[in-house]
Design a binder for this molecule. Structure first.
Ligand code: FE
Length: 207
């Protein structure tokens, strides 16, 4: 049994395979309307290896001059973000333990080589609500630590259909993706965007 930090909860197989396939198709429709973009880090302008888009009232983005932020419109199309799929709203309702619906769902698309350095999700104005995260596609090696950079961390494998909640004392924990593992389920592959191995969906309250 994994000894997760307090405030972190893992729901293995939260979505069954049929729900994963349906959700992947819904995400593909969202991406068709709100295309994936590559974010640049503030100041350095270094590009992230993960491609992104969003659904919900607000979407997360970053560029060299504007930095990390939430915005109501897509940075390329200037359109409002598509709505959050019902399956995700339901997952939030069941897992978040928070009385209001999520305002943002960040869609991170990992290709086989993509990774995500250790970071905190701290661009929201509201840390009372947790971050609820769902994985689709290939497994990844996920790393989670405490609220101090450089502190003790542990790693776990997140698989397609797993839900992870970062809340309470772990709402501002450092976390990242060390690597994507070569385990993309064959049945799910046709439903993912070209080049994608893994999709992570994170639901947040922002305001
Ligand atoms: Fe994060």
């Amino acid at each position: 049994m994994l000894d997760l930090p307090p405030g972190v909860s893992l729901h293995r197989g939260y979505l069954d395979r049929a729900s994963q396939e349906n959700l992947a198709l819904e995400i593909a429709e969202i991406i068709a309307r709100a295309p994936l973009y590559t974010c640049a880090m503030p100041r350095t302008g270094a590009l992230m290896s993960v491609r992104m888009t969003n659904c919900g009232e607000l979407g997360w983005l970053s560029d060299k001059d504007g930095g990390y932020r939430y915005a109501p419109r897509h940075p390329v199309t200037d359109e409002a973000w598509p709505a959050i799929p019902t399956a995700l709203l339901l997952a939030w309702e069941r897992l978040a333990g928070y009385p209001a619906a999520p305002e943002a769902c960040l869609i991170n698309v990992y290709d086989a080589e993509a990774r995500m350095g250790a970071h905190q999700d701290r661009d929201e104005k509201n840390f009372a609500a947790p971050v609820v995260s769902l994985s689709l596609g290939a497994d990844c090696r996920f790393r989670v630590g405490g609220t101090r950079r450089g502190g003790k961390t542990m790693s776990l494998v997140l698989s397609s259909g797993d839900a992870l909640v970062l809340g309470g004392p772990s709402r501002l924990c450092f976390h990242g993706v060390d690597r994507v593992l070569p385990t993309l389920p064959a049945l799910l592959a046709p439903n993912l965007p070209a080049g994608a191995a893994r999709i992570n969906l994170t639901l947040r309250r922002v305001s």
